[in-house]
Design a binder for this molecule. Structure first.
Ligand code: F6P
Length: 542
């Protein structure tokens, strides 16, 4: 029986139809205790979920749904390393990678020795590179490291190293991911073969995007390095679950870091895939990030559902999606150091929950994952906020901002000049203003200027739900907490929707067909096999 036929789901439907779906946020705020009651502090994180269209009764019914769906058992299964990825018969033990497995049990505990062994090897490599002892073919220290990977083998390290960019690093980091070679040529033309090291990051070690970029990098090195062994041993490190394939490609065993099938690609930045992060902030900083995630793991595993941040955020999004008909979610960080956070969450959330078949293989009769996108909030205000405020599509928003910036002098702007502090205050002011207007709409217009907005073109419907997450500052720990929060929130939603968030069968066919269209571009006779549109397109590019 699908969850939509369950008593808890039907109770929420009745609640919605009885008026909950049309209640106005501004009316809900007549309860002066609301914002206090609908917010949670967890160490250096604060969540204000009061600007959601929920009441105490809504939350009660959502928690009933969670109980009915046996969410506590599923959380236990996840954190104990049981098989939660049933189509691939795997566990999903990304939490086991955090803080020595402090907040996991069962099989997730059993893998700690192999994790620590790999982290020790990673630590030695990080130290050797950061200290200048890793030398290129001409004997010079490595100054630039290029991560070649895509999806989960790129987005996590890219996002985190940018978030923590004010932590000074002895190594310049670069990221190549796209198959078209643009990034590769743009980056390589500014680098020196003598002092450049490549990280070939690929869980499967079969991704054509990554392997083609790696071949280009190898050719670039071969322009000046005659000896293949030297080229590979001094200028390539591999990170994969496939040591044999790394060896076959030519990466020496000493230059190989492994991780395991029970780490999903989009959940892998906590593993050796996070090598660029450790190169940026040091292994101790990397472990602080793991510690932050572990704080969220502990909270997720122990806090009562009614005071559990990932549970509440997941359930409220289920309410928004399945009972308020909101199928778009915007991630709006109000600090440009988080520029890549939306992209990271796009893969984490939509590759996990962008599914329409439940764990029994039946087509679901309800909506699942929303369309999720985002941009640095202040910039988005000059891009798509028009739609948020006056469009026809309801959108739920997550605002994310740091309370403090500890990097004023990092920009050469000391506090006495004030300009960076002033700009940080402007960012916070805009963050708070936008969620207020999205909530109140016209009611947010100050009396003194109401006349200026007396026009159908200047009407703000408001009533758009949002969460605001404040981090004390952007640090390795708070970023670890934040990412783990969204991992667990995504899992909560998958449990309610009875879908498997840990496989991604939907991405396979496109890759296979691309091999055929590529063959047809090389040999147009093969194009005849395709539909007229594809044939026409192919014929235009040969
Ligand atoms: O095609 C999707 C995907 O498999 C993602 O799940 C993964 O993160 C990405 O491609 C890269 O895969 P790999 O790390 O195996 O190269």
């Amino acid at each position: 029986m699908g969850v939509e036929k369950s008593s808890a789901w039907k109770a929420l439907l009745e609640h919605s139809n009885a008026g909950a779906s049309s209640q106005k946020l501004m009316d809900l705020f007549k309860d002066e205790s609301r914002s206090e009651r609908f917010s949670i502090d967890l160490e250096e994180m604060f969540l204000d979920y009061s600007k959601n269209r929920i009441t105490d009764q809504t939350l009660e019914l959502l928690l009933d749904l969670a109980t009915q769906q046996q969410l506590p058992n599923w959380i236990e299964k996840l954190l104990s390393g049981e098989e939660v990825n049933d189509t691939e018969h795997r566990s999903a033990m990304h939490a086991a990678l955090r803080a020595g497995g402090a907040n996991v049990k069962g099989k997730a505990k059993d893998v700690q020795v192999q994790i620590e062994t790999e982290f020790k090897k990673m630590s030695l490599i990080v130290e050797k590179i950061r200290s200048g002892h890793w030398r290129g073919f001409s004997g010079k220290p490595i100054t630039d490291v290029v991560n070649i990977g895509v999806g989960g083998s790129d987005l996590g390290p890219l996002m985190m190293t940018n978030a923590l960019q004010t932590i000074k690093s002895p190594i310049n980091l670069h990221f190549i991911s796209s198959i078209d070679g643009t990034q590769t040529s743009n980056i390589l033309k500014n680098l020196n073969q003598e002092t450049t090291l490549f990280l070939l990051a690929s869980k499967s070690f079969t991704t054509i995007d990554t392997l083609s970029n790696a071949e280009t990098a190898k050719d670039w090195l071969a322009e000046v390095v005659d000896d293949a062994d030297t080229l590979l041993s001094q200028h390539f490190i591999g990170v994969s679950t496939k040591p044999d394939m790394m060896s076959e490609w030519g990466i020496p065993k000493d230059n190989q870091l492994v991780f395991w099938d029970w780490v999903g690609g989009r959940y892998s930045m906590w593993s050796t895939i996070g090598l660029p992060i450790a190169l940026q902030i040091g292994m101790s900083g990397f472990r602080e990030m793991l510690e932050g995630a572990s704080v969220m793991d502990k909270h997720f595993g122990e806090a009562p559902l009614s005071r559990n941040i990932p549970v509440l955020m997941g359930l409220i999004d289920v309410w928004n999606i399945n009972f308020l008909g909101i199928h778009a979610k915007a991630i709006l960080p109000y600090d440009a150091r988080l520029k890549y956070l939306p992209s990271y969450f796009e893969q984490l959330v939509m590759e996990s929950n962008g599914k329409s078949v439940n764990r029994s293989g039946e087509k679901v009769a309800y909506k699942t994952c929303p369309i999720l996108w985002g941009e640095v909030g202040p910039n988005a205000q000059h891009a798509f906020y028009q739609l948020l405020h006056q469009g026809t599509q309801p959108v739920m928003c997550d605002f994310i901002a740091p309370v403090e910036r500890d990097d004023f002098d990092a920009h050469g702007l000391t506090e006495k000049e004030g300009s960076l502090r002033y700009q940080h205050e402007l960012a916070l002011a805009n963050c708070f203003a936008q969620s207020r207007v999205l909530m109140l709409g016209d009611a947010a217009i100050p009396d003194a200027i109401k006349a200026q907005f007396d026009s159908p073109f200047k009407h703000y419907p408001g009533n758009q739900p949002s969460n605001t997450i404040l981090l004390k500052s952007i640090s390795a720990k708070t970023m670890g907490m934040l990412v783990a929060l969204y991992e667990h929130k995504t899992f909560v939603e998958s449990v309610i929707w009875e879908i498997n968030p840990f496989d991604q069968w939907g991405v396979e066919l496109g890759k296979l067909i691309a091999k055929e269209t590529h063959a047809a571009i090389k040999d147009t006779k093969k194009a005849e096999e395709f539909d007229a549109s594809t044939q026409g397109l192919i014929k235009r590019v040969i």
